[in-house]
Design a protein around this ligand. Structure first.
Ligand SMILES: Cc1ncc(COP(=O)(O)O)c(C=O)c1O
Length: 362
């Protein structure tokens, strides 16, 4: 396996449009990536520093206090039943887990990994790293026989589409029917706008049985901790236990200060609400500015992105926006059916979002 086996990194192809957007007299408004811009909460910064003097190795499984904090936060924030703390494991951001989960589950050549038709690119990267075959499924489409892993992602990146508890339960049943593990990427679950996203761990989705189910969570967006690489997985205790064993051999360990920071972030819902309202305010001005400029915004019921179209080829829309100093990602980054949409992130400062709104009006 070398990087040659993998697709080109999608964002590299935006270079020319980025140069155009940067040349705008008012500066670029970069809405092409979902990187947080708001400050890391003080309580989290203090918790990070609080264990700076601890010299020993951290554990792959995470401190008991961290796993307890995850269980409590999942229950409080998302209405999941208390899961077994042993069935929780921190990860070094969720991207590494997404990229390595198929390999860590022993999935390989001849196996199928099912991902959403329009999806975060790393699901396919993970299947490719494992040598497995990727199939893309429309919402509601059943995975084919031979599928070992089904990725769900509600709220979706890039579309902001939400699968409610009923739709998720049906997807779980379809995966179970072919014996596949379900990994539900729930990194945008704390950012609902008009939809009602649910965790796969909820009883009305799992049927009260977490066998074969994993919920993948990240603190990158909900707590603005992308720089800390702070995430976790929870669900089927047998699978999580197996992941812990393999990751011990591979040294895939969340640093101790980050584990402490995660506890502080998980124990406090206030900063999550504050961050949510920041994104809501940005969405509230950007969405009407886009529709006013002739865009149609599809889905975008939750999460950090507006899935927008001008009814033309995505690259033409990227160019149209770049001429106004706004950088967006073409829908083709996320799958072949994204060719007429662009993904516009809400992750810019209020000042930059206001600049985008002004330019869209002009
Ligand atoms: C759907 C989805 N999953 C996972 C990630 C990875 O996030 P992180 O590695 O910061 O936890 C992202 C990042 O944008 C994402 O959009």
């Amino acid at each position: 396996m070398t990087s040659r086996t993998l697709p080109d990194f999608p964002w590299d192809s935006l270079t020319d449009h980025a140069a155009t957007a940067r040349a705008h007299p008012g500066g670029v408004v970069d809405l092409s990536v979902g990187t947080p811009v708001d400050p890391v909460p003080e309580i989290v910064q203090r918790a990070l520093a609080s264990v700076a003097e601890v010299p020993g190795y951290p554990t792959v499984h995470g401190t008991p206090a961290l796993r307890d904090a995850v269980v409590a936060a999942l229950t409080r924030r998302f209405g999941t039943p208390d899961c077994d703390p042993a069935a929780v494991m921190p990860t070094i951001g969720s991207k590494e887990l997404v990229a390595w989960l198929p390999t860590l589950l022993g999935i390989g050549p001849g196996d199928v990994v099912a991902i959403p038709a329009l999806a975060y690119p790393t699901y396919e990267v993970g299947a490719t790293l494992a040598g497995a075959t990727t199939v893309r499924l429309e919402d509601g489409e059943a995975p084919p026989p031979g599928t070992r892993l089904v990725w769900l992602n509600s709220p979706s990146n890039p579309t902001g589409r939400v699968l409610d508890a009923d739709a998720l339960a049906k997807a779980v049943a379809a995966a179970r029917a072919v014996g596949a593990v379900v990994a539900s990427d729930e990194c945008y679950l704390a950012l609902p706008w008009t939809g009602e996203p649910a965790s796969v761990l909820r009883d009305d989705v799992s049927g009260g049985d977490l066998t074969g189910l994993l919920a993948v969570h990240s603190l990158s967006k909900s707590s603005s901790l992308a720089g800390y690489r702070a995430a976790f997985v929870a669900g089927d205790g047998r699978i999580v236990g197996d992941l812990v064993q393999t990751r011990k051999h591979a040294g895939m360990i969340v640093p101790r200060p980050v584990q402490a920071a995660m506890i502080a972030a998980l124990d406090d819902d206030e900063h999550v609400a504050v961050q949510r309202e920041r994104y809501r305010a940005r969405r509230d001005v950007l969405l009407p500015a886009l529709t006013g400029a002739g865009f149609r915004v599809d889905h975008s019921e939750a999460g950090l992105y507006l899935w927008a179209t001008r009814g033309e080829d995505a690259w033409d829309t990227v160019a149209w926006l770049a001429a106004r100093g706004i950088l967006a990602a073409p829908g083709t980054f996320y799958g072949p059916t994204g060719g007429r949409h662009v993904r516009i992130a809400l992750t810019a400062t209020d000042e930059r979002i206001a600049a985008a709104v002004e330019r869209l009006a002009g």
